[in-house]
Design a protein around this ligand. Structure first.
Ligand code: URA
Length: 438
């Protein structure tokens, strides 16, 4: 089919022939299809949707539009598994989860992103560590995954190049918010890392990428189903992002929290509960555990023995960071010039948090980017953020702000106060793990 005939079919709400989807996506990767044609296609999909089979075809075509990693030749003695999340605030899950499941026998080639909009990025957080290089050569990436069990790196060159073009066009044609297009975009990239299994963390709430709980649910169901049909068994969890997941948001502050969680501190915190559930799914999908109880026992051992922390330390050293990072992290991590408590104007109980606003405040402090090429200040953010249900008063702050100067600290403090609602009666937080899709 000519591209215009292909686009016409979707414009008229017809079903696309699956072979033609492959052809069109390859044309995008080869630059035979123009941006105008991509824009018309994505708008047609936005308006008329796609069948499950069409989304599977769009996903596999996106995956196959560039290099697809192969792990067979390394004869790894365990499954290759990974996690992906729709992103959030205080969401340091990847940093704990990767080393933790690697310590249980999995191999995790984790390709992570930078902060996007109000959400933090795993790569930005890792780059708080001096020397950490998230762009090793491909062979070196394989070696580190093989020897350490996990490597968290950035996206390089030729992974799902069709998505790069499609996403760029969607961004400027009001066609981002389409479940078929989001599904194929996320999975096209993720499945190119040659996984045996995937878990997906889809967020719901005031800091979530999807605008409503119903849309988050639809995305989770779509991703689990499409990835599995595309040949990579996938489970999606629907988890709460109606407040920062860990009680901190920023880059270095989240690394500090990661280290204490890997040392076994606060094992029942909200972020550890979500991380543990995702880890259980990964061990089950990778056949490293026989049952949920078996998975929990293995995870407990890997944490309390220090094995998970050791894997994290090895990964940091292998990727160019300090060899004694775990022992001397305070010596290495950047510190903000100003660190101050933020007090609420009146005492009360935290009843609601505008999580997106908290994330945007971190961006404004310099912890994220307002422009693509901007530099990130790794030292800034918030720590010890009060959780929903916590009581705050003249002695107990809402959080500590970490800022480059007094002015920035004052602005961020006002933004944080505006983002946190207080009430007078006890409040319970939303359920943390709201659903599971297989
Ligand atoms: N993240 C992606 O990678 N793609 C989307 O379409 C949305 C979020």
């Amino acid at each position: 089919l000519l591209p215009q005939e292909f686009i016409r079919l979707k414009r008229d709400a017809q079903t696309l022939p699956l072979e033609e989807i492959k052809h069109f996506v390859q044309g995008i990767a080869d630059d035979r299809i123009s941006d105008a044609q991509i824009g018309a296609f994505t708008m047609a999909v936005y308006l008329n949707g796609m069948s499950r089979e069409e989304v599977v075809a769009l996903t596999t075509a996106t995956r196959d539009s560039g290099h697809v990693m192969q792990w067979d030749s390394l004869n790894l003695p365990g499954p290759v598994v990974d996690k992906h999340s729709t992103g959030g605030v205080g969401d340091l899950v990847s940093l704990v989860l990767g080393p933790w499941v690697a310590a249980c026998g999995a191999f995790v080639p984790m390709i992570s992103g930078r902060g996007l909009g109000h959400t933090g990025g795993t790569l930005d957080k890792l780059e708080s560590i001096p020397g950490y290089d998230p762009y090793p050569a491909p062979e070196r990436f394989g070696q580190i995954v093989q020897s350490t069990g996990v490597a968290i790196i950035g996206q390089t060159g030729n992974l799902a190049p069709a998505d790069k073009r499609i996403y760029g066009v969607r961004d400027i044609t009001a066609t981002v918010e389409s479940i078929p297009l989001i599904t194929a975009s996320i999975l096209g990239k993720k499945l190119a890392s040659g996984l045996d299994a995937l878990v997906m963390d889809v967020k719901v709430g005031s800091g979530a990428f999807m605008p409503t709980p119903q849309k988050s649910r639809e995305l989770a169901e779509s991703i689990a189903n499409v990835a599995t049909q595309a040949g990579t068994p996938t489970t999606a969890l629907l988890t709460d992002m109606s407040q920062p997941l860990a009680p901190c948001a920023g880059n270095a502050v989240e690394i500090v929290e990661t280290l204490s969680l890997l040392r076994g501190e606060r094992p029942q915190s909200r972020v550890m509960q979500v991380t543990r559930e995702l880890a259980v799914e990964m061990l089950l999908a990778g056949k490293l555990a026989q049952s949920r109880d078996d998975a929990l026992a293995k995870l407990e051992k890997a944490l309390t023995s220090g094995a998970a922390a050791e894997v994290f330390a090895r990964m940091v050293a292998e990727l160019g960071g300090p060899k004694d990072f775990m022992e001397r992290s305070e010596h290495y991590l950047p510190k903000a010039n100003v660190v101050q408590p933020v007090y609420a104007d009146n005492a009360g109980v935290v009843s609601r948090i505008d999580t997106r606003a908290v994330g945007m405040s971190v961006v404004e402090l310099g912890g994220g980017r307002l422009r693509n090429d901007a530099k990130v200040d790794h030292s800034v953010g918030f720590s010890a953020i009060a959780e929903i249900g916590d009581r705050v008063d003249a002695d107990t702050p809402l959080a500590f702000v970490h800022a480059a100067n007094e002015d920035a600290a004052r602005r961020a403090a006002e933004q944080l106060k505006a983002a946190i609602n207080l009430g007078q009666s006890p409040v319970e937080a939303d359920t943390l793990i709201q659903d599971t899709f297989r």
